[in-house]
Design a protein around this ligand. Sequence first.
Ligand code: DQA
Length: 145
Amino acid sequence: MAKSLLVIHGPNLNLLGSREPHIYGASTLDEIDASLLGLAVAREAQLRSFQSNHEGALVDRIQQAAGDGTDFIVINPAAFTHTSVAIRDALASVALPFIEVHLSNPYRREAFRSRSYIADLAIGTISGLGSAGYRNAVAFALEFS
Ligand code: DQA
């Protein structure tokens, strides 16, 4: 069966392209998602993307992944990375392999960004590479078994 990837973007990432481009880059979220879909399609895999500014909606989407055929999650929880026990618990509950992605390198920024509530559950974390981080995560996920 074709591999199925789920890419989840947290709050304010819908503003990519105009949001602090010196930190997050010039690409829009639609451009990033289209590029990730291209990688998946080239490998005959399925890729779905989801963005929300709401913690509960992100929890609901993670829970849904347990029953919708998702094999692997790539997630940038954005600010919720540093605050959300609920997103951590959802990822632990579904027990799907995932990679944590950040466009910026949180360790080079304010101290509060150095804590991730999900990093110890992740297969790995990619940060500071801009949108290439998502592409690397998807490339890894396509190989992962
Ligand atoms: C981010 C880093 C977070 O600290 C921040 O709150 C974001 C985006 C990133 O992709 O670099 O919204 O996850």
